[in-house]
Design a protein around this ligand. Structure first.
Ligand code: URA
Ligand code: SF4
Length: 204
C-alpha cells in the first residue's frame, strides 16, 4: 500500500515521529532526496505553520525553512511580533522534489500523490502538537490540511474551522520572494505579515 501510514511508529511523540520519518518510503521522493526534513518546534505549541516541502538548502541541512524562503518568513514573523522559536514549523511533504539541470537541482511542485502519501505524518503531528491555529503557507499546505483544492487568492487571511481546527491559508513565502522587485511587493509583504498577526492573535 502506498503512503506513509505503515511507517508511523507506535509511540506518538516528536522524537519517535522524527526517527520513523527518516525511514519513510511512502512515496518515491525519499529516493533522490538527501534526507527527510521533519519539522522544528515543540509539542504543545499553539501556532503551527505548514509549508510546501523542503527546498535545496533544507534538504542539505535537514531543517525546515533555512533557505531564501526561510529568510523572508523570519523577517515577516519578526514584523508580526512572533518569535520563530514560538512556532511549530513543518511541511506538507517531507522530502525535496526536484529535477536536475546540469549541476543544479530545480524545485518541482509536489504532486497531489505526494501530498496524500505524506499526509499521515502531518496528521500525527496534529495529534502530538495539538496546535490552536494552523497556518497553511500556500496551496500545497492548504491541500493537505483542508483535504481539498485551495485558491489562495479567494480564501487567504480568514480563519476557518476544519476538522475541529482553526485554519488560516496565506501565501507561500517563495511566492512572495518572486515579487521582490515588483511594484506589488510592499502590499504583498504587508498582507502576509497581517495574516501572520491574525493567526498569532487567534492562537494566543
Ligand atoms: N519552502 C517550504 O515550503 N518549506 C521549507 O521548509 C522551505 C522552503
Ligand atoms: Fe514518506 Fe513523505 Fe518522504 Fe514520501 S515525501 S517518502 S510520504 S516522508
Amino acid at each position: 500500500r502506498p503512503g506513509a501510514e505503515r511507517f508511523l511508529p507506535a509511540g506518538r511523540d516528536l522524537p519517535a515521529l522524527r526517527a520513523a520519518a527518516a525511514g519513510c518510503r511512502g512515496c518515491e521522493l525519499y529516493r533522490d532526496a538527501t534526507q527527510v526534513v521533519f519539522s522544528s518546534g515543540r509539542a504543545g505549541t499553539p501556532l503551527m505553520l505548514v509549508g510546501e516541502q523542503p527546498g535545496d538548502r533544507e534538504d542539505i541541512e535537514g531543517e525546515p525553512f533555512v533557505g531564501p524562503a526561510g529568510r523572508i518568513l523570519d523577517q515577516a514573523l519578526g514584523d508580526a511580533g512572533i518569535q520563530r522559536t514560538d512556532v511549530y514549523l513543518t511541511n506538507a511533504v517531507k522530502h525535496f522534489r526536484f529535477h536536475r539541470q546540469g549541476k543544479r537541482r530545480i524545485h518541482e511542485k509536489p504532486a497531489v500523490g505526494n501530498i496524500v502519501a505524506c499526509h499521515p505524518w502531518l496528521e500525527a503531528e496534529f495529534g502530538v502538537v495539538r496546535p490552536r491555529v494552523v497556518v497553511c503557507l500556500g496551496a500545497t499546505a492548504g491541500r493537505s490540511v483542508l483535504g481539498r483544492a485551495v485558491r489562495i487568492g479567494e480564501e487567504r487571511g480568514k480563519l476557518q474551522e476544519a476538522d475541529g481546527r482553526s485554519v488560516l491559508v496565506t501565501t507561500h513565502p517563495s511566492a512572495l520572494l518572486r515579487l521582490r522587485d515588483d511594484p506589488g511587493w510592499d502590499a504583498a509583504y504587508d498582507a502576509f505579515v497581517a495574516d501572520l498577526e491574525t493567526a498569532a492573535r487567534a492562537a494566543a
